[in-house]
Ligand binder design. Structure first.
Ligand code: ADP
Length: 466
């Protein structure tokens, strides 16, 4: 599987997982919302029924004498109800009066039972085929043969004497039962509407989640893909850089081996070539290892106070000999006051020495290199300025990339590995500092490194880790 396919598969897998997790969260939230809405509607229905039944109960009870025949009582006080086992001729109903202001009055029906649970009277709009026997449980829900669901509430009715005259309890605990019912057609329709809305909403949300999952997984994969490509590029570059000196080294060794008679001078010359290439290889490998250890932060030595004045005078002194060979005037300027920064001294030496070495390498004989140390309140800046070949503005960002050379041939001739500025940048990043270059072709280059100056308080505190 090539890397493109691998990244595409990972992206698909990531998007699927994201969509799956989001889908699960959405489904659970949808179910929660659904349950909440249905339960809220259901509770409202039961509250409304209880309230209507309570009003009816309170208005009926004072009109129910225990002594009178219940049928006669009902015929008198509720003429609008149909009486059991008698032809029904309904009038405007009592229930309609008590449900004034409620959404739809025709949805309610009323049934009255005697204390044995035998049906006495009922509203004409009661559901078809309801049994004339009372089921005493307070709440019931059932499906009528017409397919509509109904909900019923049953409450006990006491006779008027029991309540008002404090008579000894009647031989029967109640006068009878009042049953208030309603159709659940509107409730079921509303529930179905909510189901549809949530279902459609869920699929639309899932579609959006799918699209955003694809986009987000692309965003998440991008830096990994870029880093993978950089890694591949780096490996290819490193292999290429290693191959040239190795090939030349092998060729020289082979030539020595094949020569039938070798005179000492030739041998000397060839061995020098072998040594040069060997050194080049060794430099390259050391630089690569150093760069890797910097990027992996594998030697977390605590930062120490480093005196930049000493660092610059030491390094300029060290490079004076090389500058003399190149016939370049190397000078430095440092302030009288000592400037300290917190850092890894060896790495800071390496940073500045890379800049000075480059300045000397890319400045023709007769030129000058100046190393300058300056400071303001918080920042210490080291400037390495040369009068050399300069760098075109278009190249100025790329020179910090690994193995990038403005002019490959020229660099190789000077022995550069193409890693000097990458190492400089990695050191700068580890010290949370900055590096910049200002240059024009043939007008020299100025590299500036800015580091945070050590404050007097820092010198008193324990040293932080890098
Ligand atoms: P190298 O080992 O080739 O010097 P570097 O990473 O140190 O690699 O530098 C990258 C490239 O930047 C060099 O090949 C060179 O072309 C350019 N460069 C660096 N410093 C200077 C400078 N002071 N003047 C001109 N060109 C420079």
């Amino acid at each position: 599987m090539n890397s493109h396919q691998l990244f595409r598969r990972s992206r698909i897998r990531l998007a699927l997982w994201y969509a799956l997790v989001m889908g699960a969260i959405l489904s659970l939230s949808g179910l929660g919302v659904y349950r909440f809405l249905v339960q809220a509607n259901w509770a409202a229905i039961e509250r409304e029924m209880e309230s209507i039944a309570g009003t009816l109960h309170d208005s009926l009870e004072p009109m129910l004498p225990a002594s009178e025949d219940p049928i006669a009582v009902l015929r008198r006080i509720l003429p609008e109800l149909c009486l059991a086992a008698q032809p029904c001729n309904p009038q405007p109903t009592l229930i309609q009066r008590h449900t004034t202001g409620i959404s739809d009055r025709s949805i309610y029906y009323l049934r009255l039972f005697d204390h044995h649970g035998k049906l006495l009277a009922f509203s004409p709009n009661q559901p078809p085929s309801l049994p004339p026997i009372l089921d005493p449980s307070p709440w019931q829900t059932f499906h009528a043969p017409n397919g509509i669901r109904y909900h019923q509430f049953t409450t006990i009715l006491h006779s008027a004497e029991d309540q008002h005259h404090g008579h000894p309890p009647h031989s029967h605990p109640s006068w009878g039962y009042l049953q208030l019912g309603r159709t659940l057609a509107t409730f079921d329709a509303e529930t179905q509407r909510i189901q549809w809305i949530l279902l459609i909403g869920f699929f639309i949300a899932l579609l959006l989640v799918g699209c955003s999952a694809w986009w987000l997984s692309g965003l998440a994969m991008r830096p990994i893909y870029q880093s993978y490509q950089q890694q591949q590029q780096f490996t290819a570059n490193a292999a290429h850089e290693l191959r040239s000196p190795l090939a030349s080294l092998l060729a020289t060794v082979e030539a020595i081996l094949r020569m039938p008679q070798v005179d000492r001078q030739d041998i000397q010359f060839m061995l020098e070539t072998v040594e040069r290439q060997g050194r080049r290889l060794s430099h390259l490998i050391t630089d690569l290892l150093f760069l890797t250890s910097l990027e992996q932060n594998s030697s977390p030595k605590p930062f120490q106070p480093c005196c930049l004045n000493d660092l610059i005078s030491d390094l300029t002194e060290e490079f004076l000999e090389l500058a003399a060979i190149y016939e370049i005037q190397l000078t430095h300027q440092i302030p009288n006051q000592e400037l300290y920064v917190l850092g890894n001294e060896a790495q800071l030496y390496r940073l500045v020495s890379n800049l000075i070495a480059n300045a000397l390498q890319y400045t023709p004989s007769g030129g000058a290199v100046l190393v300058d140390l300056n400071a303001d309140d918080h920042i210490a800046s080291i400037t390495v300025k040369d009068t050399g070949l300069g760098i075109a503005p278009a190249e100025q960002q790329r020179i910090f990339d690994r193995f990038y050379r403005v002019d490959g041939d020229r660099s190789r001739k000077t022995g550069g590995t193409g890693l000097g500025l990458s190492i400089a940048r990695a050191i700068v990043e580890r010290h949370q500092a900055s590096i910049k270059v200002e240059s024009q072709v043939d007008q020299g280059a100025t590299f500036t490194v800015e580091l945070a100056k050590m404050t007097p308080q820092q010198s008193l505190k324990p040293l932080p880790s890098p």
